[in-house]
Design a protein around this ligand. Structure first.
Ligand code: PLP
Length: 387
């Protein structure tokens, strides 16, 4: 399924036709002309943060795991709490070994950190210092790109394909001598779309010998084995790719903070200069991560619950005439028919936290997948807000 031009125009005319009935004045909102995501304009993110004490009924704005952390991870935290006076050191060994065995690399190909944001920062500083170009597609996750600009690089972004995926052939064709890094997000945030393992591998084999490829795989754990690229073997072969991973999503560690990069040891050493990396990971988090990584039952449970709540929400929105970009992650993106700010404020007023994006002037809602109960609340509030 894709938001074809025909369907888009249908949605637009429904939008236009419903203008008179809407509770909010959307008359000045731009009527979408085309599937806006395929263009390459600046994406404006909008998120209303409620005042400190405001309580959300459903917090669907940061792609967190609504089910919490695994009971096995909780136990590991309690068991290791009394070691909190120690730096984590040799304790990294078991987790690195587990990851290395799963990914087909050696432990020295892995650097751990408190979340993958540190790896994005390290890569931005490493590659952007002294200028050059970071090549990517947009809309995507902006963190590494924004930081690269701060460190002196220029970001060159190409449009996503009409299926809202990274356009690998276009990226390959756009590589020039000034390109320092290619940045890919798979599954992509905010679209939730994925690249096929075969096309990504072919791309990495062709590009990485010329330019390093950074693949942000924050949402990779939501994929089934068939959709999941196993790029570790390319690292093991010596290719210059950097995979960034996080425990923030399926493991529910957004607040505990744990992530890692898989790359060539020399690359990890260079990146490590810019961040605290392993020195900044607490021993309790590390022990919890080691337990959670081995807890396949918990991960399967979270993946299945996410898929169930995602399917429910897609169906509810589709039944209301909205077209959702097919998502493989724990969030989804779809065009809305009122202005982002008003939509966001009205949803927060209902106690539902979401994010919006303005892409080429077309407002979109990005909603994280919560529990079934939370998604029911989201749908009910959505109906009230859009009228
Ligand atoms: C694509 C992507 N990469 C990286 C991150 C950073 O996550 P963390 O620092 O929690 O590992 C996020 C967070 O939402 C993300 O969406």
């Amino acid at each position: 399924m894709s938001l074809s031009r025909r369907n888009w125009l249908k949605a637009s005319s429904l939008f236009t036709a419903s203008l008179g009935l809407n509770r909010w004045n959307t008359a000045q909102a731009a009527v979408p002309q085309a599937p806006a995501l395929t263009t390459n304009a600046f994406t404006k993110e909008h998120m209303v943060m409620p005042p400190g004490t405001a309580k959300l009924r459903a917090r669907l704005l940061a792609n967190e795991n609504p089910l919490g952390i695994a009971p096995s991870a909780k136990k590991a935290i309690i068991d290791s709490a009394s070691s909190g006076n120690r730096y984590a050191w040799s304790e990294f060994g078991p987790l690195k070994k587990l990851i290395a065995d799963k990914e087909g690399v050696k432990p020295e190909h892995i650097l751990m950190s408190p979340g993958s944001s540190d790896m994005l920062l390290a890569a931005a500083e490493h590659f952007a210092k002294g200028g050059g170009t970071i090549l990517t597609c947009r809309p995507t996750y902006e963190d590494l790109l924004k930081k690269s600009t701060l460190f002196g690089a220029t970001v060159k972004s190409l449009p996503l394909t009409k299926e809202y995926k990274f356009d690998l052939p276009a990226i390959q064709a756009a590589i020039t001598p000034d390109v320092k890094l290619v940045y890919i997000v798979n599954p992509n945030n905010p679209t939730g779309t994925i690249l096929s393992p075969a096309e990504l591998e072919t791309f990495c084999r062709a590009v990485a010998p010329k330019v390093p490829v950074f693949i942000d795989e924050a949402y990779i754990d939501f994929l089934t084995p068939a959709d999941r690229p196993m790029l570790g073997k390319l690292v093991a072969e010596g290719l210059n790719i950097i995979q960034a991973r996080t425990f923030s999503k399926i493991h529910g560690f957004a607040g505990l903070r744990l992530g890692y990069a898989i790359a060539q040891p020399a690359m990890l050493e260079s990146m490590h200069q810019y961040i605290g990396a392993e020195h900044d990971v607490s021993i309790t988090t590390l022990m919890a991560g080691t337990a959670s990584y081995q807890d396949m039952a918990w991960q399967d449970h979270c993946r299945a619950e996410n898929a169930k709540a995602r399917d429910f929400t897609v169906k509810a929105l589709t039944d209301m005439g909205y077209e959702v970009i097919p998502s493989y992650a724990n969030f989804m993106l779809f065009p809305i028919r009122m202005k982002s700010k008003a939509f966001s404020e009205q949803m927060f007023a209902q106690g539902i936290g979401i994010q919006t994006r303005d892409i080429d002037g077309q407002p979109f809602c990005r909603v994280s997948i919560g529990t079934m109960e939370e998604m029911g609340m989201f749908v009910d509030s959505f109906k009230k807000v859009v009228g």
